[in-house]
Design a protein around this ligand. Structure first.
Ligand SMILES: CC(C)(COP(=O)(O)OP(=O)(O)OC[C@H]1O[C@@H](n2cnc3c(N)ncnc32)[C@H](O)[C@@H]1OP(=O)(O)O)[C@@H](O)C(=O)NCCC(=O)NCCS
Length: 168
């Protein structure tokens, strides 16, 4: 089974309030990461039609600050479905409502895993690619997965080798 990219593309908008700001009056980075994670999860869950959990977030760039009062627009799209995991690209922009322009502020690649209610991985549908842009993103996601794989395995082995005492 396969699903089109457009079937799960998602968007979320936020007006930034002072409670989300840091000492400079800009949006706190961790809050932006939360918005990005949520927007990415929308696309992943729509594609998988299942619960998804965040496995990792990488290539997160904070390109420009977001100020209190800004209108933040977040967009997400599944770049590639693997077996139980999916790489989702998330882009955050600020909308200049007077000029009707968008300014890029951050982007990230987030991997989500589809799971059932007991937390077991579920096989997800593959992507049905319709444009050259989607094909390029699909290929890039494959390259990133290869780069990630060795490091993910290495970290997993380190975690397994840690004794319970180490965590106390
Ligand atoms: C993510 C998680 C499901 C992976 O479980 P696991 O036992 O390591 O599973 P596996 O090794 O069988 O990998 C399952 C899939 O996840 C992918 N994966 C695992 N760790 C990953 C990582 N760090 N980055 C990217 N993908 C990862 C694997 O490549 C695999 O994908 P595939 O099925 O498409 O080939 C598990 O670590 C987990 O539940 N983590 C907590 C998730 C969570 O609660 N997130 C919210 C933050 S609090």
């Amino acid at each position: 089974m396969s699903r089109k990219v457009t079937e799960s593309q998602s968007e979320r908008s936020e007006i930034i309030f002072p409670a989300d700001s840091n000492a400079l009056g800009n949006l706190f980075g961790g809050r932006l990461m939360q918005f990005m994670d949520l927007t990415g999860a929308m696309a992943a869950s729509r594609h998988a039609r299942a619960i998804t959990v965040t496995a990792s977030m990488d290539h997160l760039d904070f390109v420009a600050p977001v100020h209190v009062g800004d209108l933040l627009i977040l967009k997400s799209s599944v770049n590639r479905a693997f077996r139980t995991s999916m790489e989702v690209g998330v882009k955050a922009m600020v909308e200049d409502v007077r000029e009707q322009k968008l300014r890029h502020v951050s982007s990230a690649y987030i991997t989500f895993v589809a799971v059932d209610r007991s937390g077991q991985g579920i096989v997800v549908p593959q992507l049905e690619l319709e444009t050259d842009h989607q094909r390029r993103r699909w290929e890039d996601a494959g390259r990133r997965r290869e780069m990630r794989a060795g490091e993910t395995l290495r970290r997993k082995r380190v975690r397994e080798s840690l004794t319970a005492d180490w965590h106390v």
